[in-house]
Design a binder for this molecule. Sequence first.
Ligand code: CA
Length: 233
Amino acid sequence: MARILVIEDEADIRQVLEYNLRQEGHDVTGVERGNAGLALARERPPDLVVLDLMLPDMAGLDVCRAMKADARLRHVAVIMLTAKGSEIDRIVGLELGADDYVTKPFSVREVLLRVQAVLRRAPTGSEPESAEPVVFGRLRIDHTAHRAWVDEREVSLTALEMRLLWTLYQRRGRVQSRGTLLDDVWDADPENNTRTVDTHVKRLREKLGAAGDYVETVRGVGYRFASETGARP
Ligand code: CA
């Protein structure tokens, strides 16, 4: 079970989350303010933070930003709680590396499901680089050898397409915005724009054929590699 930090100033919401997450067997701490939450996280890094966007002392986005700038907290999973209609904040949250978000008002069950899903995923960056080929459903990737196969048929990928596939695969189950992909796959080359990402994803999917739908489109945000090979709920 996981160590979870809930940063939320509305006492009733915080208490409901604390209670229910404890019922699931997690080790839960709740705090009201962003600064106190950050201090606690630094003292004892949690596995996951449930973070409200609107806090009395600092914006949830700034808490998220501070965590992502801290080497010890960079890989901590973050689920943002956002007020309804804050579409831009959702995207910005994902740009900042939040793993998921839940829109208020939410059902406790919804939050518990998101927490479960995020905890099931491999933490980004901490997955050891393996020289062994990885197998995901019909897809096999030998990243070291820069080779990929779908149903035992080798797929010819350019170096860039391999980098795109590998980046998405390593962050499977997590939405990657076009901006993040531009930064990480294209090294933020100013020659490129978000259309570059769409074009390459399209070509990558075509080349992957039967495995192409492992790369999912997340409307208005970007792309996500499937977290499981089966049908998504
Ligand atoms: Ca709030």
